[in-house]
Write a protein that binds this ligand. Structure first.
Ligand code: GDP
Length: 477
């Protein structure tokens, strides 16, 4: 499962220094002869706009999975999984809200204020599952982790604005992932709306609407005035029909983590999207290096449920730790097996982290010697993935020509010893957002004089880092 950086560069057909740069950008300091694992390689490849595939499933017993796939005898129709993409302000969020409101009955509406990262609606007896994080960041992040869960993309284009840079990006992402697009031409209630102009612009990207003899479905809608929502959903179902989406619901469950967080009272919470099989309360699962036995399960309306089949998102309780969004989960025989496999993965992760730390010292030293750019490396730990993304975005935006702010590592959960050793090696500041260092980490941080800062408000964190940057620019006296 490991490959040296040099071999990896050869495989990609890219210069080694470019690959090393991509690795650094994804938070891994690696030398030319260092071995990296698939996940690390995939991340770096994504930075180079290449997507890579594993030649065979990783060890640890999950390979049975593929053999099982051949035995997926009882394939039955499953609901499509849909992501909404498009340029900022074109109405992605409004559309997701309009769909949710239009299709959820009064009696269910109570719990639905709480988003779990995905929701399922029913139209004419057919289900559709929507991923609740609009935009292509989540889509790309998932793909970078090797998880492609979207079957269909609804591309929102505002009729008064037309195709904009992020629309184009979204189209490219869909093409790269080979995911069909249904175009929602939004804001048709506005006086400046020009549906034909949008269709014209779309043709420049190879998306020729049906009325014009192409095969791209375009549906005029208004998320605000609630026009065309049902038409749009019918077209999504039609597209799904053509894709003949199927899954076996009679096997051990597998799927992907959509969202995760640490709930103060209930412990680690994760939204899982089941992709194959059926997940039941009491099942044992392995998720990355986390495991657990499902104590309770809730649907997207916060209703307690006992089982969930393919394409259904559920929030689960009972994991040992907060899993990473984008990670796959696998149902395994029992909790003991799950724990053993999780431990094995943890050990592997730890040894990799140590070897990358060792290399980083040398690499950083040479970087400092040759480079003029100053860097402010940061490690972020937080209670939920969403805060990490928000904080990372705001901090990295502080970068100037003179100082680059770089988040070299991030994760959900308390600040641990490994975070501190990474910070020591990379001279990084550790930021905890709604989380604190555990006892060992606090002791190590004091010994190694690592700067650990904890915050509850993003603005305060940003303000402090900005101040630190000004400090870095001051001449030493
Ligand atoms: P996002 O950034 O793509 O998620 O866009 P939002 O859903 O936040 O919408 C951006 C703005 O456009 C908001 O002020 C919405 O109220 C407005 N908006 C969204 N859909 C419509 C629509 O169909 N008609 C009109 N007139 N305004 C809309």
């Amino acid at each position: 499962d490991f490959i040296t950086v040099k071999d990896f560069a050869d495989k990609l057909g890219k210069p080694v220094n470019e690959v090393i740069k991509a690795l650094i950008f994804s938070g891994v300091m690696a030398g030319i002869n260092q071995e990296i694992d698939f996940e690390t390689a995939a991340k770096a490849a994504a930075k180079l706009s290449v997507s890579i595939k594993k030649s065979k499933e990783e060890s640890l017993g999950i390979e049975e999975d593929e053999a099982e796939d051949l035995e997926d005898m009882n394939l039955v129709k499953r609901p499509p999984i849909v992501t909404v993409m498009g340029h900022v302000d074109h109405g992605k969020t409004s559309l997701l809200d309009a769909i949710r409101k239009a299709k959820v009955t009064e009696s269910e509406a109570g719990g639905i204020t709480q988003h779990i990262g995905a929701y399922t609606i029913t139209l004419n007896g057919e289900k559709i599952t929507f991923l609740d994080t609009p935009g292509h960041e989540a889509f790309t992040a998932m793909r970078a982790r090797g998880a492609q869960i979207t079957d269909i993309v609804i591309l929102v284009v505002a009729a008064d604005d037309g195709i904009m840079p992020q629309t184009e990006e979204a189209i490219n992402h869909c093409k790269a992932a080979n995911v069909p697009i249904v175009v929602a031409i939004n804001k048709i209630d506005k006086p400046g709306a020009n549906i034909e102009k949008v269709k014209q612009e779309l043709t420049e990207y190879g998306l020729v609407s049906e009325e014009w003899g192409g095969d791209t479905i375009c549906v005029p809608v208004s998320a605000k005035a609630k026009i065309g929502i049902d038409d749009l959903l019918e077209m999504v179902l039609l597209t799904a029909e053509m894709k003949e989406l199927k899954a076996d619901s009679n096997r051990r469950a597998t799927g992907t983590v959509i969202e995760s967080k640490l709930d103060k009272g209930r412990g680690p919470l994760a939204t899982l999207l089941v992709q194959k099989g059926t997940l039941n309360v009491g099942d044992s699962i392995l998720v990355g290096s986390t495991y657990g036995r499902i104590r309770a399960m809730f649907d997207d309306k916060q209703k307690k449920i006992k089982s969930a089949g393919p394409s259904i998102p559920v929030e689960v309780l009972g994991l040992s730790d907060v899993p990473v969004a984008g990670d796959k989960f696998h149902e395994v025989k029992d909790e003991k097996t799950a724990r053993g496999m999780a431990e094995a993965r943890k050990i592997k992760e730890r040894s990799q982290l140590q070897s990358s730390v060792r290399v980083s010292l040398e690499d950083l030293y040479s970087q400092v010697k040759e480079g003029k750019i100053q860097e402010l490396p940061i490690i972020i730990k937080a209670d939920v993935q969403g805060s990490i993304e928000a904080l990372k975005g705001s901090l990295e935006k502080l970068s100037t020509d003179e100082i680059k702010v770089r988040v070299i590592h991030n994760g959900v959960g308390a600040i641990t010893e490994t975070d501190i050793s990474l910070a020591t090696a990379s001279n990084a500041i550790v930021i905890g957002f709604n989380v604190r260092p555990d006892n060992n980490a606090a002791a190590l941080a004091e010994k190694e004089k690592v700067d650990v800062k904890t915050y509850r408000i993003i603005y305060n964190a940003v303000d402090d880092i900005r101040a630190a940057m000004i400090g870095m620019l001051m001449p030493d006296i």
